[in-house]
Design a protein around this ligand. Structure first.
Ligand code: GAR
Length: 205
């Protein structure tokens, strides 16, 4: 069996996607392990989840740096220290610098069906638009906002009586399952990114 794929997970909030990955990684057959969890703020449940699981954590706050470039460089350096095979941005609410993305294959999960409703308010924007189906997307992060090559998607129906919170909660349930499934398959079988086309498997590790 391969060495487990080393994951660094970046979070900004409650970290339920992180928790789903931590739970999956408890099974050696999953093929991955979380080697560090990073955040752009302190005192969040995402960091507490990592600490409870005995995973090293780091925090890089933009406000602690004189320039955004300084923050970008520091984030790259600290992530590099953990030698990840894959970085997963799971509810991390910061854009990552091109230098970071050149260095690490980075996936992000977004609570909408890309290319629809990019940005910070996927569930709200889908609800306001009146779509009947939305969902979640796992994609390879590129220089845009939620524009990268798509790895996996899952649909979620919008109910007539949904509000933003209820819709986002249902999306998150589907999103966690999608994330765990795709990251596990990538860890075990590899990933190839060819332009906008992403393939998992075919010995692409
Ligand atoms: C997730 O739904 C994720 O897709 C979303 O934040 C939530 C984080 O939940 N991310 C974005 O909206 C980024 N554009 P979690 O902290 O419980 O994993």
């Amino acid at each position: 069996m391969h060495q487990p794929t080393r994951l660094v997970v970046l979070v900004s909030g409650s970290g339920t996607n992180l928790q789903a990955l931590l739970d999956a990684c408890a099974d050696p057959a999953y093929g991955a392990r979380v080697v560090a969890v990073g955040a752009d703020r302190e005192d969040i449940e995402g960091l507490a989840r990592a600490e409870r699981a005995g995973i090293p954590t780091f925090v890089r706050k933009v406000s602690d740096f004189e320039t955004r470039e300084g923050w970008d460089a520091s984030l790259t350096t600290v992530v590099e220290r953990f030698e990840p095979d894959l970085v997963v941005s799971a509810g991390f609410m910061k854009l990552l610098a091109p230098e970071f993305l050149d260095r690490f294959l980075t996936l992000n999960t977004h609570p909408a069906l890309c290319p629809a409703f990019p940005g910070m308010h996927g569930p709200r924007d889908a609800l306001e638009h009146g779509v009947k189906v939305t969902g979640a997307t796992l994609f390879v992060v590129d220089a845009g906002v939620d524009t990268g090559p798509i790895v996996a998607q899952v649909p979620v129906e919008v109910a007539d009586d949904d509000d933003v919170a209820s819709l986002h909660e249902r999306i998150k349930t589907a999103e966690r399952a999608m994330l765990v499934d795709a990251v596990g398959r990538i860890a075990r079988d590899g990933i190839t990114v060819d332009g906008r086309r992403v393939r998992i498997g075919a010995g692409a590790r």
